[in-house]
Structure formats: structure tokens, C-alpha cells
Design a protein around this ligand. Structure first.
Ligand code: HSE
Length: 404
């Protein structure tokens, strides 16, 4: 029997216990030994809950118990999760986590600690919830150089954008609906400003490159400025607005960013709607591959955590994760990234369109039923060139990057 401890009995922690109970016999068979939850750590009490008998409030009970071989860290946040994870690894226990903040900030160091001790630090659930993506990158796509990884990595914002598109409503109304359904938190900043997706693409880029990508270096723009009017133009162009987290390798360096993009119906991520996530990768020999599924939620996320527990149980004395070095990776400057832009401007006369063409060069005008404004698509510029041209006019209402 393998004794494990679960640190944090919130949404994911209770999901982990539920998944272990629901699929106990098949999980035990796959792990090769029975998996038993000896402790659940939480500051709170849960009177009447089945975990009451194994509930502890003191981390020392777990770290000092030599019977505990695997610890599930689903507390979230950097501290005390970082200190607890380090101490568990130093005490010879493998750790499985869904904690993207911690993995993005200290993943390299924790992986190194695990590797030095022939242990595992596994974090499948930190990106894409229940979608297998870390394991495929770690063990299936190993024959390839990954040249691009682009995903819809945040369910909350994908739900909001889908709702805006289906119902023609504005951002605030769609956000309220997402909050009412429990898809968005009361303080939605981390999701709607793109910070959550930023940490996830930092983790994926670090894994793909084998070096530390600091999430602070990734240009991040959320969806709060996307309006119902923008979506009207998107529809007219046969496109969808999606919050993409993307990393592309060009001339040996990665351009990484998080921002809303207008994608066309041929793009593999076009049909990924509602709370679903998907990750699209390009390998230099494999070509394109895509992973799709539930990127958040109690049971999908717990499913990924428990799969890591099974893997850790099967490899109690062997480190199986790809090493990602603490050496910092310098990202390419996104002001040199080239793309087309969709721009909405004030004005509605032919003269206004000509003026825009004088500033932006050849443009394709897009019109919808909105008075006093029009939209257009530019030719391909670097971000810096676009900024320079846009600074020559005060007519710009909004701009969205185009992909494909
Ligand atoms: N808030 C996140 C999302 C949860 O909406 O995708 C999963 O990391």
C-alpha cells in the first residue's frame, strides 16, 4: 500500500479524494499498489465529511511521517505551498500539484530537487486542467523540436468570449453570467487580464525549451477591452475573438504572448468554445497536433492530479520528468513580431478611409451596422511599426491582432 497526503481540501483537493474513491480499484491496479489517503491537510474543520478522520492541521504531521511517499499539493498560491513542497521533496516524498503559480515561479528548482533525490515533481493539472499536455510534452513529443505551442488556456475567458459571440452581449454582462454560473471568481482579474494564461504558457514554453521562462517577461493583454461591437466586426469577417497564449520559435528564439486574437475558421482553435481549453502544437517532424478538453473544474483537474499520483506510485525511485534548467531564457522582443491588425476607427466617409490608407498603407475596409465608425485590416507589420502608424491618428477605437 502507498500512503499519500493531500494538502488543501478546497475544490481540487476534495475532487482528488472523490476521484480516488470513485475509481479506487482501477487506480490501484494501474498504480500497481493500493493508494490510501492517510492525511488531508487544511486549516479548516469539515464536520461530518468522510475526511474528518484523516484531517490534520499541522504540516509537520505529514512531512515527518516516513510512511507518506507521495504528497498532493493543491493549496494554490506560492506560499506556503513552495516551502511545503520543498520540505516534502527534501524529506524524500514525491509531490503532485495543480498549482500553476508555484510551477511557473519555482518549477525548475523543484524539478531539480526532485531529480537529485530520484523523486518526482509532477504538475499535469497546472496547465489545461484535465487535458493531458505536460505528459505528452514530457514523454510523447520527444522526437520533435516544438516550434509552436498555442492554446486557449483559460476556461473563464473562453466562456465569456463565447457568450459575447453567441448572444451579442457586452463583456460586463457576460462576466456577470460567468460569475453566476461559478466559472468566474468574484475577483476575476487573474483570468480576465490574462495572468492565469500567462503562467500556463510560461510553463509550456519552459518545458518545450528546457529553460526558465519568467512569466513577467511575457507580454500579456486580457479581454476586458473587447466589446460587443468588436465581435460584430469579427463575425462580419468570419472570425472569432479568442484569448490565445502563444509561443513561437523563430531563428532560435521564442516569441511568447497572451492576447485576444481574431482567428479564422480554418484555425484549429476556432471551434473551441465555452469553458473548454485546447492546446495546439507544431513539431518540426510531426507537424500539427492538438489536445482538447476540460481545462478547469473540480473533477477534470482532480483527474489529472490523480493520474500524476499513479505515475509517481509507479516510479517511486526514478525521476521521470524532463529537466528544465533554472537558466533564464531570454524571449524575443514581441515588438519585432509581424502580423496583420484589425483596427476600428472613428469616421464613416470615403475621405476617412483614404486618410487611414495614407497612414496604414493598403487596407481592407470592413463595415457593420454601426454609425460613425468603420473597421479595416492592415497589411503585415511588426508590432512596433503598427504602434508608430497608430500614433499618427487619434481616430483609433480599438485594435485586435489577426492570426492566420
Ligand atoms: N481560472 C482558470 C480557468 C482555472 O478559467 O481556466 C483553471 O486553471
Amino acid at each position: 500500500m502507498i500512503q499519500i497526503a493531500v494538502m488543501g481540501y478546497g475544490t481540487v483537493g476534495s475532487g482528488v479524494v472523490e476521484v480516488l474513491n470513485t475509481n479506487q480499484s482501477s487506480i490501484d491496479k494501474r498504480a500497481g499498489e493500493a493508494i490510501h489517503v492517510k492525511y488531508v491537510l487544511d486549516l479548516r474543520d469539515f464536520p461530518g465529511d468522510p475526511v474528518e478522520s484523516v484531517l490534520v492541521h499541522d504540516f509537520e504531521t505529514i512531512v515527518q511521517d516516513p510512511e507518506i511517499r507521495i504528497v498532493v499539493e493543491v493549496m494554490g498560491g506560492v506560499e506556503p505551498a513552495y516551502t511545503f513542497t520543498k520540505r516534502c521533496l527534501e524529506a524524500g516524498k514525491s509531490v503532485c500539484t495543480s498549482n500553476k503559480e508555484l510551477v511557473a515561479r519555482h518549477g525548475a528548482e523543484l524539478l531539480e530537487l526532485a531529480r537529485e533525490r530520484n523523486l518526482n515533481y509532477l504538475f499535469e493539472a497546472s496547465v489545461g486542467g484535465g487535458i493531458p499536455i505536460i505528459r505528452p510534452l514530457n514523454s510523447s513529443l520527444t522526437a520533435d523540436e516544438i516550434t509552436e505551442i498555442t492554446g486557449i488556456l483559460n476556461g473563464t475567458t473562453n466562456y465569456i468570449l463565447s457568450k459575447m459571440s453567441h448572444e451579442g452581449i457586452g463583456f460586463e454582462t457576460a462576466l456577470k453570467d460567468a460569475q453566476a454560473k461559478g466559472y468566474a471568481e468574484r475577483n476575476p482579474e487573474a483570468d480576465v487580464e490574462g495572468y492565469d494564461a500567462c503562467r500556463k504558457i510560461a510553463i509550456l514554453t519552459s518545458l518545450v525549451s528546457g529553460r526558465q521562462v519568467d512569466f513577467e517577461d511575457i507580454y500579456t493583454e486580457g479581454i476586458t477591452k473587447i466589446t460587443a461591437e468588436d465581435i460584430q466586426y469579427a463575425k462580419k469577417m468570419g472570425r472569432a475573438v479568442k484569448l490565445l497564449a502563444t509561443s513561437k520559435k523563430e531563428e532560435g528564439r521564442f516569441f511568447a504572448m497572451v492576447a485576444p486574437f481574431l482567428i479564422n475558421e480554418l484555425h484549429p482553435l476556432y471551434s473551441v468554445n465555452d469553458v473548454f481549453n485546447a492546446i495546439f502544437a507544431k513539431g518540426n517532424v510531426l507537424g500539427d497536433v492538438m489536445f482538447y478538453g476540460s481545462g478547469a473544474g473540480k473533477l477534470p483537474t482532480a483527474s489529472a492530479v490523480v493520474a500524476d499520483v499513479v505515475d509517481a506510485a509507479k516510479h517511486l525511485h526514478r525521476s521521470i520528468m524532463t529537466f528544465w534548467s533554472s537558466q533564464k531564457m531570454e524571449l524575443a522582443d514581441i515588438s519585432n513580431a509581424k502580423r496583420r491588425f484589425f483596427v476600428r476607427v472613428k469616421g464613416d466617409s470615403k475621405k476617412d478611409a483614404i486618410k487611414m490608407a495614407e497612414i496604414f498603407g493598403p487596407i481592407e475596409v470592413v463595415k457593420v451596422n454601426l454609425a460613425g465608425e468603420f473597421g479595416f485590416v492592415t497589411g503585415e507589420y511588426t508590432e512596433a511599426e503598427y504602434q508608430e502608424r497608430a500614433s499618427r491618428t487619434d481616430a483609433v477605437i480599438n485594435r485586435i491582432r489577426m492570426e492566420g
